[in-house]
Design a protein around this ligand. Sequence first.
Ligand code: AMP
Length: 300
Amino acid sequence: MTTAIQVIEGREAFRAALDHARAQKRKVALVPTMGALHRGHLALMEEARRRVGETGLVAASIFVNPTQFGQNEDLDRYPRDLENDLAKCREVGVDLVFAPTVSEMYPEGAATRVRVSKLSETLCGEHRPVHFEGVATIVAKLFGLAGPCVAVFGKKDYQQLRLIERMAKDLNLPVEVVGHPTIRESDGLALSSRNAYLSVDERARALAIPRALDAAHRAFQEGERQAREIVETVRRMVEPASDSIDYISLADTESLEVFEESAILGERALLALAIRLGETRLIDSLVLGEDEPPRNPAQK
Ligand code: AMP
């Protein structure tokens, strides 16, 4: 489908466009992204369309949010290609793209930060101290501008999804937060804008991640409930392939509290990991007892 797409840079124009749509009784959906769009992002936009129907308004935002990057992280080299992104948004029928500048989202004097305690402190939060405060802050700002809508986020960033649900609820923001399953390459690697950084060798080594998640899924299906055994299964497969491991953890799917190694799992558990390949940090996760295994069954 190819349609006209509206590109907006200003906060007030963005707010006005969404208010206008609602005044015409159109449902509104929002898909926040940092651009460098891939099929994972596009799947969220398609889900957004399903939620609001043909007459609804689907808005995407494209903004590389500086406050969620740590000092030594990849803010400067993060891929940016607005023209290409707009073409992709057009292809999936997005009606409106909000692409603000940094000073539009953080005008001079801006001093407020949103911190979601506990949920921002485990898993990735231990390794990226400012990250989730930046995420919660920018998403709160976007939700504040967007007003009543449904917002679609990927389960690829499971911790982020849980944190945003909490934040929207705690701040009484009129946004229904929806999670969408992770979209993967046919060999199982989760799509990520950061995959573009990987060398051929690193891309090959990255496959250890879906293979390990697959093995954990299989073990869980076969009745393994000892946290230690599942984490060790994953570690044995991922360690030789990676340059370093930030964490491999099993956690409660709601509170994200990490289980002790001696824990016996219940019916569901979040398996989450972050590893480094060269300069690139990759994350992935699977809800054991709920999610499909990562690899295309046809390839097994
Ligand atoms: P990002 O541009 O990386 O900030 O991601 C924007 C949104 O796309 C977030 O809600 C992510 O969770 C989601 N996303 C990123 N990669 C994937 C993927 N492979 N499958 C599904 N959603 C994704």
